[in-house]
Each structure stands twice: as structure tokens, then as C-alpha cells.
Write a protein that binds this ligand. Structure first.
Ligand SMILES: [Zn+2]
Ligand SMILES: [Zn+2]
Length: 290
């Protein structure tokens, strides 16, 4: 598929320099305009910034999703970032999707899932969450790069083809209200909406709610994370969930504790099964915090 290959030749040096100058000029103008927007409500600011970014993107050469280097097609990585990203390929755990070192490709289950099976059936991720991919994930989460969701949904579509095909509805992992208020958008909902349009699947953005704000998962291990998020989620819109197979969408999977708690809430609400699809997952629980 085109968006996975990244063999684009760089632009000629002169053209690239001119583009860089143009972009710097427009971005400077955007920044100045942004300062004038500070009196607007957060949601309006986010909307204006996203709109401005869309206009810029249509006028200027496309940029690498991770490092902003110029590339020749929208929504791709530059060759350097592409080489550094670790896209997840078999063999991996059939249940949680963690990459495994094994000559066998199919029907593998990792030791963690064997000992303590999660409430979800299968989790899949597009790439490993590490120091190289972190910038891309954080851009979607904190930098108002809401436009990136459309491109990232294509990666989700490829990584979770099987889970998407068998699901009835997509449900994003929710933010707590005050986090939503501060950030103005939920990155998981952006991904779910973009994926829903791409895969022609219904999205139920408010199927889950956080019933309490959980302290940062930080350096907590799997058991502590589970305790931290236990009963932190409740299902709503029961008629949209009951009797349906749900695909839960999030940006990062660390130990799976959040996904597990969400899956339990959805199953308690009558979902027939829950799978999980995320952009990135840590290679082993405890290796890195999201
Ligand atoms: Zn790059
Ligand atoms: Zn596993």
C-alpha cells in the first residue's frame, strides 16, 4: 500500500529551501495569528488552528508526520523516520499483540496473557512506542495536529484489518472531563472517527465515560495500573453496545490495564466481545510510560 512505502526522492535542494522559507513565513504568520486567538474559548482556538493547518497543508509541501521534514506525499514519514519506526509484524502474541521472538508465526500466546488473560480478546498496534515514534504520538495528543488522525487511521486500518472486519462498532477510550476540557479534544476519538469513515463502521464516541480521574499511570507496573483504573470506566449508550462486538480504539497501549478496564465495562454492558486497536504499544510492559 502506498502509505507504507516511503521511497520518495527528496526535492531538489533549491526547491526545498524555497519551500522551507515559505513555510517558515506562513508558520510565523500563523503564530502571530495564534497570539490574537488567546481570548477565544479553547475549543474555538483548536478549531481555528486546525483550519489554519489544513490551509497551510494545502498550500505547502507535505511534511513528515513525525519530524516535519518535507516529503512528497501527504500523511507519510520521511525515509529517516520510516527506517527508525518499528512496525509490528508477526510473530506476535495472538491475544495482546506484543511482538515475540519465535520461529513460529501463528497461535502464539505470551507468558503474561497465559498467566492473566485480559478481558479483551485481541489487541493490535501499528508500531512500537519508543523514542522515535513518541514524537508522532505526542503531536496527536498535545500539539493540536488533529489533521494527522486521518493519515494515522490508514495505519490502524492495516494493523487491525481482521479486528475491524469482525467488529460492529468502534468505541474510543475516553478522557476524563477535565482533561478533555484542557485539551479540547480526545485523540482516541479523532482516530476512531477517522477509522470509522475509512472502514465504513459506526462509531459510538460516548459509549464509555471515565467515572473518576485516574492518577497518572507513570511508572506503575501492570498490577498497580490495573488497580489504578479499576472501575474508572462506565458504559453508556447501552443500546448501541449490547449484543455488539466492539473494537476499542486508543493511541497507546502500555500494560493493557486501561484497555482491560474498558473491555470489562463494555462486556458488563452487554457487548459480545471486545478487541483493541492502537497506534503504538510499548515493546514490553514497564519499558516506557505513555
Ligand atoms: Zn521524519
Ligand atoms: Zn500477550
Amino acid at each position: 500500500m502506498k502509505h507504507w512505502t516511503n521511497t520518495q526522492l527528496p526535492l531538489p535542494a533549491l526547491e526545498a529551501t524555497v519551500c522551507q522559507r515559505n513555510l517558515a513565513f506562513f508558520e510565523e504568520q500563523l503564530e502571530q495569528a495564534g497570539a490574537m486567538l488567546e481570548h477565544l474559548p479553547a475549543a474555538a482556538r483548536s478549531l481555528v488552528r486546525s483550519g489554519s493547518r489544513l490551509i497551510l497543508d494545502s498550500l505547502l509541501p507535505p511534511r513528515c508526520l513525525a519530524c516535519n521534514a518535507i516529503v512528497d506525499s501527504t500523511g507519510s514519514l520521511c525515509s529517516t523516520c520510516f527506517a527508525r519506526f518499528t512496525f509490528i509484524t508477526p510473530p506476535s502474541c495472538t491475544c495482546c499483540g506484543i511482538p515475540l521472538e519465535s520461529p513460529v508465526i501463528e497461535d502464539l500466546v505470551c507468558g503474561t496473557c497465559l498467566r492473566d488473560r485480559p478481558a479483551f480478546e485481541q489487541a493490535r498496534a501499528a508500531f512500537i512506542y519508543d523514542s522515535h515514534s513518541r514524537a508522532l504520538v505526542l503531536k496527536l495528543k498535545h500539539a493540536d495536529r488533529t489533521d494527522a488522525a486521518v493519515h494515522l487511521a490508514r495505519w490502524l486500518h492495516r494493523a487491525g484489518a481482521e479486528q475491524i472486519a469482525r467488529c460492529d462498532v468502534l468505541v474510543p477510550v475516553p478522557l476524563h472531563r477535565w482533561r478533555f476540557f484542557l485539551r479540547t479534544y480526545n485523540q482516541a476519538a479523532l482516530l476512531a472517527n477517522a477509522l470509522g469513515r475509512l472502514a465504513d463502521k459506526p462509531v459510538v464516541p460516548d459509549a464509555l465515560q471515565r467515572t473518576r480521574s485516574t492518577p497518572s499511570q507513570g511508572r506503575l507496573d501492570r498490577t498497580a495500573r490495573r488497580r489504578n483504573v479499576a472501575r474508572a470506566f462506565a458504559a453508556h449508550r447501552l443500546s448501541a453496545i449490547a449484543g455488539r462486538r466492539v473494537l476499542l480504539i486508543d493511541d497507546v497501549l502500555t500494560t493493557g490495564a486501561t484497555a482491560d478496564a474498558c473491555a470489562r465495562a463494555l462486556l458488563n454492558a452487554g457487548a459480545t466481545a471486545v478487541d483493541v486497536l492502537v497506534l503504538a504499544r510499548v515493546p514490553s510492559p514497564g519499558a516506557m510510560s505513555a
